[in-house]
Design a protein. Structure first.
Length: 277
């Protein structure tokens, strides 16, 4: 069984049935699976339902129709909701909204303290989480003086300290400069390799999706496409919903359109390589 399973999930923000009938659902008949240790990218333009999916996957929201199973347990099972939330952690877009304490290590300790862990375990988790994101030397500092990228690392450490099996980054790099964006992605991908974590990266940067094993494209609350990296090669289909395929794919298609015969490429390096040849 997959670690996370969405089975024909529909979700309306309107609580009463009558107004729900008049509006369209934020998530509409969505099904997909996430395997353990997998890197999944969810892409789609604003309002396509990505953040709603994230909250459905850790039980912050409950489906109106269908089921979300986490490690075999339905998120509708109220008795297991705490368990589900500790297995699936979400890092949101704005790190400023995720800071709760004035000292960095206290901020990271906040989650484990709420789990009721003993102080030795909390200490070891906080040290490990800060080390994992490369922020150990800032432990005693204040989060307010950090750069956006550093704050987002602390937010990731706060989620890591809960030892989740799945980490969802919900546009967590969107407010960062390209260098910090890459650094955060490197930290996340290293955690997948070294800690066997599962990563769900929600992003509107198509480049970030190139790192994923599975790509889910959302449009108007529905799954528009899902599959492996081949999804990113479909530039016309992506363009039809206002998304751009990776630059290398577009350049290759443009050149082939004027008579070249270049093979499929995904990354800039692959494109450069076949152009040189
Ligand atoms: P994305 O993360 O892809 O931008 P969202 O999941 O945030 O998309 O939003 C999906 C749809 O649900 C949008 O139409 C949005 O306006 C609506 N929506 C999101 N959050 C709320 C909310 N708290 N109350 C009502 N509607 C919402
Ligand atoms: Mg969102």
């Amino acid at each position: 069984m997959s670690f996370i399973e969405l089975q024909d999930v529909t979700f309306f923000y309107e609580s009463d049935e009558e107004s729900a009938l008049k509006t369209r659902p934020a998530v509409d008949g969505v099904s997909f699976c996430v395997e353990k240790g997998e890197v999944v990218a969810i892409i789609g333009h604003n309002g396509s339902g990505k953040s709603t999916l994230a909250k459905l996957m850790n039980g912050l929201l409950e489906p109106d129709k269908g089921e979300v199973l986490v490690d075999g347990v339905s998120t509708k099972d109220k008795k297991r909701i705490f368990d589900i939330r500790s297995k699936v952690g979400i890092v949101f877009q704005n790190p400023d909204n995720q800071m709760v304490a004035t000292i960095i290590e206290d901020d990271v300790a906040f989650g484990p303290e709420n789990l009721g862990l003993d102080s030795k375990e909390i200490r070891s988790r906080v040290d490990w989480a800060l080390k994992s994101v490369g922020m150990s030397e800032h432990a005693k500092g204040t989060p307010f003086k950090l750069s956006g990228g550093q704050k987002q690392r602390i937010a990731i450490a706060g989620v890591l300290a809960l030892k989740p099996q799945v980490m969802i980054l919900d546009e967590s790099t969107a407010m960062l400069d390209p260098l910090s964006r890459n650094e955060i992605m490197e930290v996340a991908l290293r955690l997948v390799r070294e800690e066997n974590m599962t990563l769900i990266n929600i992003t509107h940067f198509v480049d970030e999706a190139m790192e994923a094993d599975k790509i889910i494209v959302m449009n108007d609350g529905k799954v528009f496409m899902q599959g492996g990296k081949e999804v990113l090669l479909q530039d016309e289909k992506l363009a039809s919903i206002g998304l751009e395929a990776p630059l290398a794919v577009r350049v290759k298609n443009m050149l082939n359109g004027v008579g070249y015969d270049l093979p499929e490429v995904l990354t800039d390096e692959e494109l450069a390589d076949c152009l040189c040849r």
